[in-house]
Design a binder for this molecule. Sequence first.
Ligand code: DOR
Ligand code: ZN
Length: 332
Amino acid sequence: MTIELQSPLDMHVHFRQDAMLRNVAPLTAKHFAGAVVMPNLVSPIDSLERLLWYTDQVKQATEGELFDPYMTLFFRDYTREELVAAKPQIIGIKLYPAGATTNSDRGVSQIHTMFGVLALMEELDIPLLVHGESNGFVMDREKEFQVVYREIASTFPKLRIVMEHITTAEAIGLLDEYSNLYATVTPHHLLLTLDDVVGGLMDPHLFCKPIAKRPEDRQALLTAALNAHPKLMHGSDSAPHPITSKECPGCAAGIFTAPIILSLLAELFEKHNALDKLQSFVSNNAVRIYRLSPPPKTVVLTKSPMVIPANYHGVVPMWAGKTLPWSIADFG
Ligand code: DOR
Ligand code: ZN
């Protein structure tokens, strides 16, 4: 038995820089035809100069693979000239509330002060990608951020807004309320609840932002993904951290899934008799929403077991040591 996917895409991934970039980017580029690369480096990608430098680094790291990196800028108060110059080089601009997650210190504190940039992005048709969490109680942060989504979606009705890595039933509801709201969801939020992270022995490799939520939230996300909700896209938020930053006090947020994503999704969609929806979830929806032409790449999975390695170059993947029934047989 095999599954054939045409040009699978990862609409949210962290590649980092230097050795980490060279180690992790090829893992994504092997299995995917394209990926949206996040800009939260230690000094964020927030100028055309840094963007061109980073694009070049990503291209070097993924050389030889049939793979398009879709680059993003880190949101700040860009001028019209800066936006016009950057537009051909980017798929969108990523907004982080200040301090919400890894390397987001230079994020936004007051959304209203940013309405000028949002108006320019709407006019220039540059999508806005958002890490949607307030700085309230950790389980309520996504829910509390809904007021911001509502306000920007209604104030800028032509701005395409992507709610990144949604984790709640409420976020799925919002998708149907505003025509200009879209979302990505991660494989791990389709599989985990908070119980998996801290319900028994604490598992740092399942700790991420936004934190996994309640069973009913996971169910709502899963139902939407398995039905290939037309406004929902796969974005893994695969976020590598060295083992020393995960297995320590002050554990960094981020789950590393890049090399196992398609195996995880194949198992999940098969279990729920929804394999016919997987193509839309991992590619077609994103192609339509972002108007992409990814390179033609066929990825074949076969039912032969894959044991998840203990680590990839010192980065521990989700569920290390577990066996998954599907593995990648071929790509090209
Ligand atoms: O868990 C996370 N890790 N969530 C994010 O939003 C950022 C990411 C990272 O960069 O490590
Ligand atoms: Zn992310």
